[in-house]
Design a protein around this ligand. Structure first.
Ligand code: PEP
Length: 251
């Protein structure tokens, strides 16, 4: 059984200097659980080097919140896989905010997933339906489509390091988290899809996370479920003690 994974997505918050302070606070607050839980911090790009230095010697891992799929070139403002891999072990891909605000498509996500794996980065791929899609009863179809296109042409061997975060778009940053039974059901569907696409072993090896308004108060409702392997945490990851309580719930 892989360890549970709890990732903190700091989004566009903090500078390199404040990120180091938060990193040190998270290391201290999670010290008792860092053996049992894979903890991943995803600061903004500009803080990756400083947070990497602050994490040296700890068991915590570092993620970027996105990256381009190309290795180099005329892509003003973009950050390439080798640039990320210089500091991080993981990369969040296909977050709904990237899809909504930056026009990212499932095809882009697919290019990024392949690039991440080529560069030894473990992808945390986000999928999830909007409120309208849920209200129209299209949740499962939307997620199936995001998986089929986003993970296209991957194959069992290249799916080994995958984590998938089920993040209903309407639940992100909303204080309206998904009902735990429903999150568990959708994550079960994702597991079945992975097993069908990549085989039973790959399906059971992938870590499937829930994300969307997870807090120290509700984390156990998700993380106590055998089918849910961890959490992707946004807002609540900016407070070291609150984040540590979520890590404890994963344990
Ligand atoms: C996220 O951004 O991935 C997320 C889950 O945010 P929040 O926890 O704030 O809902």
């Amino acid at each position: 059984m892989p360890r549970p994974l709890v990732a903190g997505n700091w989004k566009m918050n903090g500078t390199a200097a404040t990120a180091v302070g938060l990193t040190e606070a998270v290391i201290a607050a999670t010290a008792a659980d860092a053996d049992a839980v894979q903890i991943v911090l995803a600061p903004p790009f500009t803080a990756l080097p400083a947070v990497a230095a602050a994490l040296a010697g700890s068991q915590l891992r570092l993620a970027a919140q996105d990256m381009h799929w190309l290795e180099r070139g005329a892509m003003t403002g973009a950050v390439s896989p080798p640039m990320v891999a210089e500091f991080a072990s993981h990369v969040i891909l296909g977050h709904s905010e990237r899809r909504a605000h930056f026009g990212e498509t499932d095809i882009d996500v697919n290019r990024k997933v392949h690039a991440a794996i080529r560069h030894g980065l473990a992808p945390i791929v986000c999928v999830g339906e909007t409120r309208l899609q849920r209200d129209e009863g299209r949740t499962d179809a939307v997620i199936e489509c995001q998986l089929r296109l986003g993970l296209g042409d991957l194959g069992a061997d290249r799916s080994a390091s995958l984590a998938i975060a089920y993040e209903p778009v309407w639940a992100i940053g909303s204080n309206d988290p998904c009902d735990p039974d429903e999150a568990d059901r959708v994550i079960g569907q994702i597991r079945d899809w992975l097993a069908g696409a990549f085989g039973d072993e790959a399906g059971s090896r992938a870590r499937l996370l829930y994300g969307g308004s997870v807090t120290s108060g509700n984390a156990v409702q998700y993380l106590s479920r055998p089918g849910i392997d961890g959490a992707l945490v946004g807002g609540a990851s900016l407070d070291a003690d609150g984040f540590a309580a979520i890590v404890r719930a994963a344990r």
